[in-house]
Design a protein around this ligand. Structure first.
Ligand SMILES: *Cc1c(COP(=O)(O)O)cnc(C)c1O
Length: 373
């Protein structure tokens, strides 16, 4: 292998592991030496249905053969259909489509400002909302922000305990991840989310949930907020929405102000027909049977991991808190043919395909026991 060293023409923003993957099938990956790996990372909570799942594969293929792009000066069928499917899942919402999680957060920030005429955003310490300057401004991790300041003004970072101190008449939006993903897989307490809803209502602010990682079935319901029982005014989606094709979306509840008018926001590729066609197939595939399966698999994996440390998460966004750095364990797992991730220094993160079989889950736990033992 050692291919990574030869990729000198790529800017060094990532510390990549030394493997080049060339093929994927379900929960399995194949590298350029023909070696197979069980994938419990799923491209970081992206490949929810497994690699090359037949439904989005067929939908994307069919759309590739019809129409790739016309711009948002016109309507296209897959985009309209996807908006309808997401609205139905939400219980009434309108979509803005873009191409990534950070872009969906940028759209949410502009929407909140335009809608309320206010500037302040309250986010949580330890949160992650993306790497573009706006999304980074609401990301509560000093280490990711320091080199890029000054960032957007008017952002206040709270803890669940201090939320009420930070929300007031200047607050445009409270922005929360139902489960903090990149920040270490910390599920938000139901009470915190309920308090955020009450604070937003009391101060005329908007409650925006960043479901870029938790949405599209990952947490055992289509949206994580459906498990937590609190309805937001808007949600952001991205990672799992098109099973690996680039897409992002801001969904604004029908009960919330529309805010945006023509000319307020745009994205050349947003609502791309091929990505949207794949996303429609993904949304269709996330039915009650699969969601129940996600919850059962979550229990199975959590039970298998619990002897090795504290297990956190919701659905198939799971983490194991370690007593040592996670990086070397990830490399060790990879050498044994298992792909897992991290979420901070001492946190192992599992975001497997929602379609993982019982046998695959057992094999993963066996391999992890070898690594952790
Ligand atoms: C991954 C992530 C983002 C950023 O998504 P990109 O597609 O990498 O821009 C934003 N919010 C959350 C909660 C995420 O997990």
């Amino acid at each position: 292998m050692n291919v990574a060293l030869e990729h000198a023409a790529v800017l060094p923003t990532y510390a990549r592991l030394d493997v080049t993957f060339v093929e994927g099938d379900g929960a399995w990956l194949v590298d350029d030496d023909g070696r197979r790996y069980l994938d419990l990372l799923g491209g970081i909570a992206v490949v929810g249905l497994g690699h090359r799942h037949p439904a989005p594969l067929a939908a994307a293929h069919a759309q590739l053969d019809r129409l790739w792009h016309v711009s948002n000066l016109f309507w296209t069928e897959p985009m309209e259909q996807l908006a309808g499917l997401l609205s139905a899942r939400f219980g009434g919402a309108s979509a803005f489509f873009c191409n990534s999680g950070a872009e969906s957060v940028e759209a949410a920030l502009k929407w909140a400002r335009k809608t309320t005429g206010r500037v302040e955003v309250v986010a949580l310490e330890g949160s992650f909302h993306g790497r573009t300057l706006g999304a980074l401004s609401v990301t509560g991790q000093p280490g990711k922000r320091a080199a890029f300041e000054p960032l957007l003004p008017g952002v206040r970072f709270a803890t669940p305990a201090t939320l009420a101190e930070h929300v007031g008449p200047e607050t445009a939006a409270i922005l929360l991840e139902p489960v903090q993903g990149e920040g270490g897989v910390h599920p938000l307490a139901v009470e915190t989310l309920a308090e955020a809803r009450a604070l937003a209502d009391a101060h005329g602010a908007l409650l925006v949930l960043d479901e870029v990682q938790t949405g599209v079935g990952r947490c055992g319901e289509f949206f994580a907020w459906q498990r937590l029982g609190v309805r937001p005014d808007a949600v952001t989606l991205a990672k799992g929405l098109a099973n690996g094709l680039p897409i992002g979306a801001l969904l604004v509840a029908d009960s919330a102000p529309t805010g945006f008018e023509p000319g307020d926001h745009a994205s050349t590729f947003g609502g791309n027909p091929v990505a949207s066609a794949a996303a429609c197939a993904v949304v269709d595939a996330i039915d009650d049977v699969l969601l129940a399966r996600v919850r059962a698999l979550s229990d199975q994996l959590a039970a298998g991991l619990s002897p090795f440390g504290e297990v956190r998460g919701l659905g198939l966004l799971l983490a194991l808190e370690l007593d040592r750095p996670a990086g070397p364990l990830v490399a060790d797992a990879l050498s044994r043919g298992l792909v897992v991730g991290t979420a901070g220094e001492r946190v192992l993160r599992l975001t497997p395909p929602l379609t993982l079989t019982d046998d695959e889950a057992d094999l993963a736990l066996e391999l992890l026991a070898e690594v952790l033992g």
